[in-house]
Design a protein around this ligand. Structure first.
Ligand SMILES: Nc1nc2c(c(=O)[nH]1)N[C@H]1C(S)=C(S)[C@@H](COP(=O)(O)O)O[C@H]1N2
Ligand SMILES: [Mo]
Length: 380
């Protein structure tokens, strides 16, 4: 005769390392990674889409600022992947807790954890695929990734508030409270945490070379190696992808609109005072690389068109379509002596893929705003 199974979960979990202490130990590093990712992501968002009152206040210095913050954004996101997996492993018995709902508050708490887990997985998954420029989904990456970042942060703050007693206990050794555990788990927990730390170190070291040029040789897994690309610099969007060809550039002139509009041929631009700057391209997708640029100061071009010291600029590229065809530049960027309409890269004329005949290079700005194949400049 078969006895009916008692009600309850189909599987029994042992508590070994699936305890609050392990979850908290991993959780604080995961929390730190998410905090860095969120702060640098919001910063990147406002640099790319500043509200009107902010546009002229965005600073053009330090010139390496965006390279650092966006490098941190992608690195902290990558480091969060093994941390999130370890955290989910540590807590998964609780995800199958029985009975599934004990009270209204308990139901709400579980719902918020479900939102947190789903949103966190979504952010890391979409962010990681974005670094590979692979978009196997029907929505637009940037606005959705930005919106879900707020969902993760809200759910995370709620989670920390709900779990605060356990987190506090973790840091107050005198009162271990619910964290008291059989001593035998101690060394095992250390091994587990060591393994997680090693995994974080490994994924970081094998990808961070995409922005830390000195670690370029360890850069095994990042999608773009800064060591590759024409003229010593990677290319994100090629001229072919933007449908810019040598033929389409025949008779090219730079048009500058303003109170005193004018147009210049490439030879006339070359005859103007040339300046050389060393500035990085820092792509939002995580790679960055410094290069030597030579060209004409944007502020000189604006001034010649009648733009005063408060002038801002709008830059229009030659490509027919694309999200980065039109770019606005706040006052501090437009007036910075480092901001160039570059004609040369690392000592050679720009290649077509790097924006020939002329491109923008400005300090402390996302790569998407370093407009290539410039056709028109407007004083705003
Ligand atoms: N006109 C135009 N300029 C553009 C783009 C573009 O799609 N169109 N892509 C941008 C992006 S995303 C980056 S990271 C940089 C890369 O510059 P590079 O190819 O010279 O390295 O160019 C930027 N300039
Ligand atoms: Mo980019």
């Amino acid at each position: 005769m078969r006895l009916p199974l008692p009600p309850g979960p189909p599987v029994t979990f042992t508590a070994r390392l699936h305890d609050a202490r392990t979850a908290t130990a991993i959780g604080r590093w995961l929390g730190l990674a998410f905090a860095v990712c969120f702060a640098t992501g919001v910063l990147s968002h406002f640099l790319q889409h500043p509200p009107g009152w902010l546009a002229d206040r965005l600073p053009s210095r330090p010139y390496w600022g965006y390279r650092l913050t966006q490098g941190l954004h992608v690195a902290s996101g990558i480091a969060a992947v093994p941390l999130l997996l370890a955290k989910l492993w540590a807590v998964y018995p609780r995800l199958f807790a029985w009975p599934p709902v004990r009270s209204a508050t308990h139901a709400l708490e579980r719902l918020s954890v479900a939102v947190l887990v789903a949103a966190a997985l979504f952010q890391l998954f979409t962010g990681l695929l974005n670094t590979f420029q692979w978009y196997p989904w029907p929505f637009s990456f940037v606005p959705v990734h930005y919106a879900v970042a707020w969902v993760v942060t809200g759910a995370l703050l709620l989670h920390v508030a709900v779990q605060w007693p356990k987190i506090r206990d973790h840091f107050t050794l005198e009162s271990p409270g619910t964290l008291a555990l059989p001593g035998a788990d101690g060394p095992n927990r250390r091994q587990l945490l060591f393994g997680v730390a090693a995994a974080v170190g490994a994924v970081t070291l094998t990808t961070v070379g995409q922005s830390v040029t000195a670690l370029g040789r360890l850069d095994l897994f990042a999608p773009r190696s800064p060591a590759h690309g024409v003229q010593g610099l990677p290319v994100n969007r090629t001229a072919a992808a933007a449908r810019v060809t040598r033929a389409s550039l025949a008779g090219w002139r730079l048009t500058v609109d303003g109170p005193r509009p004018y147009a210049l041929t490439l030879d006339e631009l070359r005859a103007m005072p040339q300046h050389e700057v060393t500035l990085p391209i820092a792509c939002v997708e995580g790679w960055s690389k410094s290069a030597r640029w030579t060209g004409v100061r944007v502020r000189d071009l604006l001034e010649r068109a009648g733009g005063g010291p408060g002038a801002r600029a709008r830059v229009v590229a030659l490509e027919a379509a694309g999200a980065y065809r039109v770019m606005d530049m706040g006052r501090l960027y437009a007036q910075d002596p480092l901001t160039l309409l570059a004609l040369r890269l690392n000592g050679e004329a720009l290649s077509l893929d790097h924006g020939y005949p002329a491109r923008i290079i400005a300090p402390n700005r996302p790569g998407v705003l370093q407009t290539k194949w410039v056709g028109r400049l407007e004083v705003v």
